[in-house]
Write a protein that binds this ligand. Structure first.
Ligand SMILES: [Zn+2]
Length: 123
């Protein structure tokens, strides 16, 4: 029977507390071609030489959730950007039918906004 207060760790997964470097230790058995988790303590961070800490399942789950949420947010930003690009293309296609000065102002402000948003998406 396991103790419910014991923290459960992800086998073979280590994290640097300073720079967040993540190490996944794995071994390979050449005789039968299998790959297995290796769980040897004592590794140092290759970035800052700090001792690596074990990663709990709870921390692993939270990190995966953060990564998923960031990916969803980025996907929304990219969809919004594509929609805006489509509107600009549509406006450019309709250009000859518009008043020239007004069409130019609209296009320039949209381009400036797009440049700003593209920078946000690229970071
Ligand atoms: Zn480090």
């Amino acid at each position: 029977m396991s103790d419910m207060t014991t923290t459960l760790h992800v086998p073979g997964v280590w994290r640097c507390p300073k720079c967040k470097f993540r190490l996944v230790q794995m071994g390979f058995n050449a005789a039968d071609g299998t790959v297995f988790n290796s769980d040897k303590p004592g590794e140092k961070c290759p970035n800052c030489s700090s001792p690596l800490w074990r990663v709990s399942w709870e921390d692993e789950a939270k990190e995966i959730l953060d990564i998923a949420e960031a990916a969803i947010l980025r996907e929304r930003q990219l969809r919004d950007l594509v929609d805006e690009l489509k509107r600009i293309v549509d406006a450019a296609d309709a250009g000859p039918q518009r008043h020239c000065r007004k069409a130019y102002e609209f296009t320039q402000s949209q381009i400036d906004r797009l440049k700003e948003r593209i920078k946000q998406v690229e970071t």
